[in-house]
Design a protein around this ligand. Structure first.
Ligand code: SAM
Length: 373
């Protein structure tokens, strides 16, 4: 049998950005076709992770033969900083570093230092944060804080050690994540957000123990509906626990009141414990799509710009960075991409029968570990 060696990675198709003529520079006031501004940039710094959560990087797919991106494909820190500067000029005020597991990226603090020096057109510092599984947080919290990181979001799907070890599928103990959270608290990477993905029948029994544990700690526990991102997690609607049920369960033990959003485009709906012991959030992208005020752009590890978490194609900004294009030309291309944006995947899915997903024919949706959570 003949053996074929692929010469190009065709897993993720991409579009070549167009540089429009006559662009007069970023104004910080970009709007897409639905009137949504660009405020939030999520940057994936690695497509690798040391966990194998079945809803994100199932080990049957992400096994020892899986072809992660080679080092030469990744944007280096200078390239990321250059793009971040362009996005900030277009109106971005918040940058979240993510992945894969961002703390696996070597010398991440060097990137954070660079990003922390950027300012909005109004002269304000950026809000810089990071999402992590906390496996390396106890060791790195102080260095990250010293580099200019302001806050962290930690993913933790339960307090029961057996359930958590099964969900991360690498036998990682809860105690080490809790140690990471304590270290982040100690060095002032706060207020900490704790993200729990709820899968009905797998960890919904952990909702109340998590609520009890994180009340009165100053950390904000957020429950995320299990989403149909990517193409490998075998998502089924009956495994989604609607946020309304999560809120009802907690409210039954600890009465809750609604809170207003902190800012337009916030992903979580906020609730406070009526006894003053803190707040929780619910992120309901399945049962209550929030596309209408989505102001987030995502930059993949290899520099493709995605205007929706559920997109199947990105725009290859790395080609511009590594071509001989000036910042103004790259800014013009980014501006055109955002102004042309019409994505509203979750709203479209909500209008379809349960378990049906809107997809572009012939294309596969990208994985969250690649595009950045
Ligand atoms: N490794 C980091 C971490 O664990 O936080 C950052 C990347 S991870 C992809 C970002 C977030 O996405 C995590 O909170 C994770 O639980 C969440 N996530 C991944 N797949 C998901 C899915 N199918 N539905 C809902 N949330 C998901």
């Amino acid at each position: 049998m003949e053996k074929f060696i692929p010469v190009a990675d065709i897993r993720y198709a991409s579009r070549a950005p167009v540089i429009p003529a006559g662009f007069s520079g970023p104004t910080g006031l970009l709007e897409d076709t639905l009137g949504r501004p660009l405020r939030d940039l999520r940057i994936s710094v690695t497509d690798r992770c040391n966990f194998r959560c079945s809803y994100c990087m199932p080990r049957q797919v992400f096994d020892k033969n899986y072809a992660f991106l080679p080092q030469s494909s990744l944007l280096n820190f200078e390239e990321i900083e250059r793009l971040a500067r362009i996005f900030v000029a277009h109106g971005v005020e918040k940058i979240r570093l993510t992945g894969g597991e961002p703390l696996l990226r070597k010398n991440l603090e060097v990137l954070i230092e660079k990003l922390a020096r950027l300012q909005t057109p109004a002269g304000k510092p950026l809000d810089i944060t990071l999402t992590t599984n906390a496996s390396l947080l106890a060791k790195k919290a102080q260095t990250l804080k010293d580099a200019g990181l302001q806050r962290v979001t930690v993913s933790l799907d339960g307090l029961d050690d057996g359930i958590f070890r099964r969900m991360n599928d690498v036998d990682f103990p809860v105690a080490d994540v809790l140690r990471g959270i304590e270290a982040a608290q100690r060095v002032g990477l706060a207020p900490i957000k704790i993200n729990m993905v709820v899968k009905r029948g797998t960890n919904d029994g952990e909702i109340l123990p998590m609520a009890r544990y994180f009340r009165n700690t100053g950390s904000v526990l957020r429950f995320i509906e299990y989403m149909d991102v990517g193409a490998t997690n075998g998502w089924r609607m009956d495994e989604v626990m609607p946020s309304a049920q999560v809120v009802a369960r907690i409210d039954n033990e600890f009465p809750l009141n609604t809170l207003d959003a902190n800012y337009a485009g916030e992903t979580a709906e906020r609730w406070r414990y009526s006894d003053g012991s803190g707040e929780i959030g619910v992120i309901s992208s399945v049962t209550q799509a929030f596309c209408s005020d989505c102001n987030r752009a995502r930059l993949s590890t290899e520099g493709k710009l995605f205007s929706c978490l559920f997109a199947s194609q990105g725009h290859d900004l790395r080609a511009l960075l590594r071509g001989s294009y000036a910042d103004e030309q790259i800014a013009a291309a980014v501006g055109l991409i955002w102004r042309s944006r019409s994505d509203r995947y979750s709203e479209l899915r909500a209008a379809l029968p349960s378990d049906t997903r809107p997809v572009e024919p012939g294309l596969k949706r990208v994985e969250m570990s690649y595009i950045g959570g």
